[in-house]
Design a protein around this ligand. Structure first.
Ligand code: SF4
Ligand code: SF4
Length: 354
């Protein structure tokens, strides 16, 4: 294709993005970014243009508008384009669903902290289901391993001590609410551990992932609205719209967001070809991703992969608006707490004990 023809197609693609069905989008994305003063960030990240995979990414995809603002016809076109590209790229027939959020549903999650044995089958199932990069490895769920009886959390210690200049050499930088313990002992947790067998006698396990906040700071932080709360309360990301500025990652108190620094590596044989536009479709370098409660599954009435994989039934999932749902029964009958409640993000992820 001649350079002139390429340019004119590019302009056309951008123009396509100007006049959307609902009339809300009146300008191209580039203009918008310029006005927002984030054009530089976009240029730095520019994943779809500069990455290797990007050679296979059409201009249409690069310059398409925000998924939520597209007309149905534009969505269909974008989805057909992606299905074609993924099918060619991974050598298997790939579908990209756009299943809408079901009515009358607010998804919630409950995790029995006393039952978790730290096997990390949830992590494996999540990686597999959601097409996460194998190298560099990206994992949406973290199972924190903590020493049982770690006295860091005892009230007496939390209130004791203050930084002492004579002892900073021993104690390093204060990382908790107290300076009388070594750095690392303050809520010390291992994220990657290789036990011979689980559960270990001296350990407790604390899985974390996106807590699907009702009042999500990540959404407020995103300068281009690439991340947003869906009607079922799940916080999602439009990967094509994300400019990779990482503001959301900074804002999230749960370390839930993962950034693609490198070109994600997803072997053809491992790729799950049943994908959703807002869920597990393959990502590209320079964009953010995170848990979506397996949106591609739950919008079809299935459980998230981690819930199915947990061998001890520590994970429960359901509709918070339905008093008969598993998750509501947990809330009604168990001892329940939410992590970092003080941040007032109102998570829909609950921990409980029998
Ligand atoms: S989703 Fe996160 S990384 Fe992407 S544009 Fe929004 S704030 Fe930036
Ligand atoms: S846990 Fe983090 S990524 Fe998830 S909704 Fe809350 S702030 Fe956003």
């Amino acid at each position: 294709m001649s350079e002139d023809k390429r340019k004119s197609e590019m302009v056309k693609e951008q123009d396509d993005g100007k006049e959307q069905g609902n009339g809300k989008v009146k300008e191209s994305r580039r203009d918008f970014l310029k006005k927002m003063g984030v054009a530089a960030a976009a240029t730095v990240a520019a994943p779809a243009i500069t990455s290797t995979t990007a050679e296979a990414v059409s201009l249409g995809e690069t310059f398409q508008t925000h998924f939520e603002l597209m007309s149905d016809a534009q969505k269909e076109k974008a989805i057909a384009r992606l299905e074609k590209r993924y099918t060619e790229q991974f050598g298997k027939q790939t579908t990209v669903a756009n299943t809408p959020a079901p009515d009358g549903v607010l998804f919630g999650y409950a995790l029995n902290i006393a039952k978790c044995i730290g096997c990390r089958r949830c992590v494996e199932a999540c990686v597999k289901e959601n097409n996460q990069s194998r190298d560099p490895a990206i994992q949406w769920i973290r199972v924190l391993r903590m020493e049982r009886g770690n006295d860091t959390f005892e009230l007496e210690n939390l209130h004791k001590g203050s930084p002492d200049s004579n002892s900073l050499g021993d104690y390093g930088i204060q990382s908790g609410g107290h300076a009388d313990k070594h750095v690392g002992l303050s809520g010390a947790a291992e994220h990657y551990y290789e036990p011979e067998q689980v559960p270990e006698d001296n350990a407790i396990y604390f899985p974390v992932q996106c807590h699907q906040c009702e009042d999500p700071p990540c959404v407020k932080a995103c300068p281009v609205r690439a991340t947003f709360r869906d009607p079922n309360g799940i916080v999602v990301i439009d990967y094509n719209w994300c400019i990779g500025c990482r503001m959301c990652q900074l804002a999230c108190p749960y370390w839930a967001r993962r950034f693609n620094w490198g070109e994600p590596e997803l072997p053809n044989e491992d790729m799950n070809p049943k994908t959703h536009y807002l869920g597990n479709r393959p990502r590209m370098r320079g964009v953010m991703e995170k848990c979506t409660f397996c949106l591609q599954r739950v919008r079809e009435g299935r459980y998230p992969a981690c819930v199915e994989a947990c061998p001890v039934g520590a994970r429960k999932f359901g509709n918070l608006l339905d008093p008969e749902s598993e998750v509501r029964k947990v809330l009604a009958t168990k001892k329940v707490f939410r992590f970092k409640e003080a941040f007032n993000t109102d998570p829909k992820f609950f921990y409980y004990m029998d």
